[in-house]
Design a protein around this ligand. Structure first.
Ligand SMILES: Nc1ncnc2c1ncn2[C@@H]1O[C@H](COP(=O)(O)OP(=O)(O)OP(=O)(O)O)[C@@H](O)[C@H]1O
Ligand SMILES: [Mg+2]
Length: 290
């Protein structure tokens, strides 16, 4: 076992998942480096969420291995994986809608404490001190995400874009080493996507968090991802830098279909969309490089 910086933080090898007759993942492999923002993209039903579910312990693969910081994950339960430093958000938010934003972050920490996530925290006798710590950590996280003004607002009355950020805050409040984000930009406005891109870079820089991001929003992927992996029918179709991968004809075909590819105008605009990283985005990306 090694936790050396020169081995990937997360390594998935030859992972296969079966749901009845459906092979949802087939011998899928990837490696995410320490401090990397790695994007997993692909058409609906490609198997992206299934990858995240295998890492966090919601789905058991039929074959393959997953190693996190040198520890084999598959024999471990979900709580143990959280304790190792793996956080996640959900495609369907799964927040407590009738609670406030702050309460959602406190509940997340309370569950983690009960499972022994925070070292030195005992279930009895230290409650007031631990409650104070949990509140401080929650407030710090809300400030980091620019959400402090919503701390005492019930989640159900917040706009969708803010709820998505609260979902991320709930994952980050536990200070994971790796956070798995399942479509953080789904259904949010263009302006919120910009804010999300800025946020992802900030967390990486300020918390040293490594990010594995599933996303259909290619603007976000281009703006933040160091590397992109394209999944199609449970198999890896391509992997590399966003600009190269997203203009690959095989990738465009998987997204657009062969018929669309025969229309030169469709291909031109898709390639343009996939490769047009603005100078402003490039500049910000350079600024944020650790
Ligand atoms: N628990 C399950 N039981 C049965 N089939 C499942 C289950 N979870 C996922 N699947 C199927 O496995 C395939 C991959 O699903 P998955 O949710 O991983 O796709 P995805 O790439 O995340 O898609 P989307 O972009 O729509 O979220 C799909 O065909 C899906 O219907
Ligand atoms: Mg999904």
């Amino acid at each position: 076992m090694t936790t050396a910086q020169n081995t990937p933080l997360l390594e998935i090898r030859d992972l296969s998942v079966r749901f009845g007759g459906l092979l949802a993942l087939s011998e899928f492999s990837l490696a995410v480096e320490h401090g990397e923002i790695y994007a997993l993209v692909g058409p609906n039903g490609a198997g992206k969420t299934t990858v995240l579910n295998c890492i966090s312990g919601f789905v058991r693969p039929v074959a393959g291995s997953i190693t996190f910081a040198g520890t084999s994950l598959l024999p471990l339960g979900r709580d143990r994986r959280i304790r190792l430093g793996i956080g996640r958000t959900f495609q369907q938010l799964q927040l407590f809608a009738s609670m406030t934003v702050l309460e959602n972050l406190l509940v997340a920490q309370h569950s983690a404490m009960r499972s022994g996530l925070f070292e030195g925290i005992l279930p009895f006798g230290r409650a007031p001190r631990e409650d104070h710590k949990a509140r401080t950590r929650a407030r710090d996280t809300l400030i980091l995400l620019g959400l402090e003004e919503y701390a005492d607002t019930r989640v159900s009355v917040l706009p969708h874009g803010i709820q998505k950020l609260v979902g991320v805050a709930r994952a980050l409040v536990l200070r994971p080493r790796l956070v798995l984000l399942d479509e953080p930009a789904a259904g949010i406005t263009h302006q919120d996507v910009e804010a999300m891109a800025q946020n992802l870079r900030t967390w990486r820089k300020e918390l040293g968090t490594t990010l594995l991001l599933i996303e259909h929003n290619m603007s976000l992927v281009q703006a933040v991802a160091d590397r992109v992996c394209v999944l199609d029918y449970g198999r890896k179709l391509a992997e590399g830098e966003a600009r190269t991968v997203l203009s690959d004809p095989a990738v465009l075909e998987a997204y657009l279909g062969r018929e669309a590819l025969e229309e030169p105008e469709v291909v031109r605009s898709a390639v343009h969309e996939a490769t047009s990283i603005s100078e402003e985005q490039e500049a910000r990306r350079e600024d944020s490089t650790c």
